[in-house]
Design a protein around this ligand. Sequence first.
Ligand SMILES: C[C@@]1(CC(=O)O)C2=NC(=C\c3[nH]c(c(CCC(=O)O)c3CC(=O)O)Cc3[nH]c(c(CC(=O)O)c3CCC(=O)O)/C=C3\N/C(=C\2)[C@@H](CCC(=O)O)[C@]3(C)CC(=O)O)/[C@H]1CCC(=O)O
Ligand SMILES: NC(=O)c1ccc[n+]([C@@H]2O[C@H](COP(=O)([O-])OP(=O)(O)OC[C@H]3O[C@@H](n4cnc5c(N)ncnc54)[C@H](O)[C@@H]3O)[C@@H](O)[C@H]2O)c1
Length: 219
Amino acid sequence: MLKGERMAYFPALLNIENKKVVIVGGGKVATQKVRSLLPAKAHIYIISPKLTEELIAYVKAGHVKWHEKMFEPHDVNEAVLIFAATDSKAVNEAVEAATAPWQHLSRVDAKGRNDFITPAVIRRGDLVLAISTSGASPGYTKKLKKELETQFDDSYAQYIEFLKHCRTQIIHHITEPTAKRYALKETLRPELFDWLAKGDIARCEVFLQNLLDENRGHI
Ligand SMILES: C[C@@]1(CC(=O)O)C2=NC(=C\c3[nH]c(c(CCC(=O)O)c3CC(=O)O)Cc3[nH]c(c(CC(=O)O)c3CCC(=O)O)/C=C3\N/C(=C\2)[C@@H](CCC(=O)O)[C@]3(C)CC(=O)O)/[C@H]1CCC(=O)O
Ligand SMILES: NC(=O)c1ccc[n+]([C@@H]2O[C@H](COP(=O)([O-])OP(=O)(O)OC[C@H]3O[C@@H](n4cnc5c(N)ncnc54)[C@H](O)[C@@H]3O)[C@@H](O)[C@H]2O)c1
């Protein structure tokens, strides 16, 4: 990429369950990467002579595998994602040289080849907010995450769970496309969020049942 040219990264949510992910380095930044990788249930391998206390705890709990050694090119074999997360430019370059074209590499020093970067992530059940400045200002990314964390509190997990329940019911009971689209849109009325936040699940269920009954003619 030319200097000053903007990289337009493609945002995606990856299913990496049971796939091999290699992190070279076991410091502060590697720890941050592992923290965001853990919910995705990948097979995580860390290559590093040293680990942070938090990473040692993950190894002991069986969440990640640790190869206590310096990086060697074969360490990245078969990995779908590779993080070059050491404090040495030379080692990060060696990781890049060992990476095949089909593998996805992230260099945390933002030098050389960067197939992907890590956004800041907020999870509230099935709701995932990923924040990035495309590498322009990681500090602002973190600041914005803090702001959004207060706006999107834990009540959103239950809300999204209820919307999922509504959608499943509507898709199951209403087949006519226009009626189905109308019913799905109705579930997004702000009252439902407020009722759930107050713990009035019964009222939400009545709303959903009425919606399904209203559209019985279209089944
Ligand atoms: C979001 C987050 C996720 C995570 O780390 O997993 C993340 N950086 C975070 C924080 C953070 N990082 C840095 C600071 C200090 C302030 C500053 O330098 O501005 C702070 C703030 C702090 O820690 O307070 C320093 C820094 N970061 C990078 C470089 C290299 C360079 O740009 O040259 C340097 C300079 C190192 C040096 O000085 O040597 C590079 C990257 N950091 C990215 C992600 C990617 C782009 C993200 C985006 O699109 O915005 C990218 C490109 C590559 C990547 O790592 O994927 C995480 C917040 C996590 C959370 O809160 O959840
Ligand atoms: N992406 C980000 O958010 C971000 C933030 C700050 C810094 N950085 C960049 O990330 C780099 C790492 O930062 P850090 O705070 O994690 O550093 P750190 O010093 O805490 O960790 C470096 C790790 O690399 C390991 N290491 C060194 N040589 C190795 C080798 N040959 N093989 C395997 N492991 C080896 C060390 O054992 C250590 O665990 C920084 O130098 C900077 O370029 C990125």
